[in-house]
Write a protein that binds this ligand. Structure first.
Ligand code: ADP
Length: 329
């Protein structure tokens, strides 16, 4: 079953079930393309559509799940471009507001001499999401909401996201929190942890990378220790990811499982986590939000792996057909 088909929604649902709504930032990624290790020397940039929640909305649509995006762009060319991309992907953009108060958000990305990725956010329209926007989202009728921590790092979007999560939780709408922590956006990690706390308290699903767990929970490098730490938090479902090293979940007996990553020729890791989250959500909807099993996490891992094989966070997201083919190959 997919969300939005109106057939067999959550128990007690009457009539149609709305889409899964990803809320937060959509932006233009400006990626250094001349090999410069630093913005000070960069001369050439490639413009790509992005923003983690927008990527999740596109990934859901490609996987056949009815999806929508809620956020704010500028009333400008980049804002129109992002709305057009989302529309073409089949994402409902009726909750995407264009504002004259700020231009569309930009993010610069580059790799240093060691190949480590860096990110600098020029935070503009995306942070202007308000409680009033959220009240117009129709959250009680949705199949679920997906949020991340980037929108929590500025106001008024932090308050708005927190409000969205409160409304969803009160209405029994599943909340998926893909932490996706960007430490450069926060004055210190204690402030980030404080902003994430009310979301974690109400989330149904927590998806954390090992880096997220290290930063927010102070765990070390052992993924099983990190998994147990996130599983001890309030969300009923917790999954840990660690890039090419794989993903981890606890089974019904509390036993940890290491789900190895699929071996692929990775071109660019951006978007892997977003593809993983979307594929996990598609499986959770199919099982009416019961706890995922190893096969569900393998499916999500396959989506993550495929996303790394093509450049661009959004362009690289797999379709359901590609994912099904990859799983049987
Ligand atoms: P995030 O982008 O949120 O940090 P990860 O990088 O941990 O997320 O990636 C999510 C999942 O995608 C991983 O658990 C893994 O299954 C898959 N994945 C990511 N990078 C690779 C890779 N290089 N090769 C194969 N699978 C990958």
């Amino acid at each position: 079953m997919t969300a939005g088909t109106g057939s067999g929604g959550r128990d007690g649902d009457v009539g149609t079930t709305g889409p899964v709504l990803a809320i937060g930032e959509t932006l233009i990624d400006l990626i250094v393309s001349d090999g410069s290790p630093d913005l000070a020397t960069a001369t050439t940039f490639e413009a790509r559509d992005g923003g983690a929640p927008a990527n999740v909305a596109v990934a859901l649509a490609r996987l056949g799940v009815s999806s929508a995006f809620g956020g704010v762009v500028g009333d400008d060319a980049f804002g129109r471009r992002l709305r057009g991309v989302l529309n073409r992907e089949g994402v409902d953009t009726s909750r995407l507001r264009a504002t004259a108060e700020a231009p569309t958000t930009l993010a610069f990305a580059w790799k240093d001499d060691r190949g480590d990725g860096h990110f600098s956010l020029l935070r503009l329209a995306d942070r202007l999401l308000t409680d009033e926007d959220v009240d117009g989202f129709g959250i009680p009728g949705l199949a679920g909401i997906v949020v991340g921590s980037v929108a929590l790092a500025a106001e008024p979007s932090r308050t708005a996201i927190t409000h969205a999560v409160e409304v969803a939780a009160a209405a029994g709408v599943p909340v998926v929190f893909d932490i996706n922590l960007r430490s450069s956006l926060w004055p210190d990690l204690a402030v980030a942890a404080e902003a994430c706390r009310p979301i974690i308290e109400r989330a149904t699903v927590l998806k954390a990378s090992l880096d997220d767990a290290r930063a927010l929970l102070g765990v070390g490098d052992d993924p099983i220790v990190a998994l147990r730490a996130i599983a001890a938090l309030p969300p009923r479902i917790a999954v840990l990811t660690d890039g090419a090293r794989g993903s981890y979940l606890l089974d019904g007996e509390g036993e940890p499982h290491d789900v190895p990553a699929f071996p692929v020729d990775a071109v660019e890791p951006t978007g892997a986590g977003d593809a993983f989250t979307a594929a996990l959500v598609s499986r959770l909807i199919a099982r009416d939000w019961a706890a995922p099993d190893i096969e569900d996490v393998r499916y999500a891992s396959a989506a993550g792996a495929l996303a790394t094989t093509r450049p661009g966070a959004m362009e690289g997201l797999p379709t359901q057909a590609e994912l099904d083919e990859f799983m049987v190959s």
